[in-house]
Design a protein. Structure first.
Length: 74
């Protein structure tokens, strides 16, 4: 069984998390698999739809503000 990511586990509320999250951290918050999160982030890079992510060098980061916005959708 996978152990929770320390950053996500330690934060009691979303506003305590860093402004840019790894795709794995975003997946834990959204309760989706890591592979689904990466697939959605790649889709976002190419089409603008999917898990909002920005590329910094070779890494992908998900803005916390976009995750909060997504969670407010009806």
């Amino acid at each position: 069984m996978a152990t929770p990511h320390p950053t996500v586990e330690a934060a009691q509320r979303l506003d305590e998390l860093p402004d840019l999250l790894t795709v794995s951290e975003a997946a834990m918050i959204l309760r989706i698999s890591r592979s689904t999160a990466y697939a959605q982030a790649k889709l976002y890079e190419t089409t603008g739809c999917g898990l909002p992510a920005i590329r910094i060098g070779r890494t992908l980061r998900c803005p916390k503000a976009e995750l909060l916005r997504l969670s407010q959708l009806d």
